[in-house]
Write a protein that binds this ligand. Structure first.
Ligand code: HEC
Length: 167
């Protein structure tokens, strides 16, 4: 029965074909997560972000950290956040909450910010980044201002988490 042998061979070939097609058509065996961008500071897991966020006072505890991080790109040309980070065009911001304005060692502040006299808290930072030249006329922080209140809340939450904020 020659035809039967032929059919079996043909079926086997078909089977081999569909087996070959399977990996291409089916879902990938493993889902790989993209590595974080090389410029990011120490990456946090989603669980760590959630816990850090929950520890912040309202309304910062409901902020969108990913948006805050992306908005901080507007600040990171001039500021570092990590402990021991260098002063750049602007001073390093680690530990800024609870610190008197214009007191980072080794940074030369404007007279305007030296005279400000306030201690940084979320409210002052919010006013500051809304428009620094209104908050302290004569400041040398040349930043046009962040007009969207939600963006400010998100970026402040991000700065809190990255600069070691303690309630
Ligand atoms: C073009 C550079 C530049 C950008 C962009 C910038 N800053 Fe600044 N920042 C400065 C400079 C310069 C100072 C010092 C101001 C002074 O002495 O008047 C400063 C001061 C500060 C201070 C006060 C620090 C202290 O020790 O008292 C904070 C807080 C701050 N910036 C936060 C931010 C945040 C948040 C952003 C983004 C929303 C931002 N800055 C964007 C340059 C910049």
């Amino acid at each position: 029965m020659r035809w039967m042998g032929f059919t079996i061979a043909a079926l086997a070939a078909l089977g081999a074909l569909s087996a070959c097609n399977k990996p291409a058509n089916g879902p990938p065996a493993e889902t790989t997560t993209a590595p974080p961008p090389a410029t990011a500071p120490a990456p946090m897991t989603d669980a760590e972000k959630k816990a850090a966020l929950a520890a912040l006072p309202a309304p910062y505890n409901t902020a969108d950290l990913d948006n805050g991080e992306s908005k901080f790109a507007l600040c990171s040309t001039c500021h570092t956040l990590q402990q021991g980070g260098p002063n750049m065009t602007g001073p390093n911001l680690y530990g800024v909450f609870g610190r008197k304005a214009a007191t980072v060692a080794g940074f030369t502040y404007s007279d305007a910010l030296k005279a400000a006299g306030w201690t940084w808290d979320a409210q002052h930072l919010d006013t500051w980044i809304t428009d620094p030249k209104v908050a302290a006329p004569g400041t040398k922080m040349t930043f046009a201002g962040m007009k969207d209140p939600k963006d400010r809340t998100d970026v402040i939450a991000y700065v809190m988490i990255r600069t070691g904020y303690k309630p």
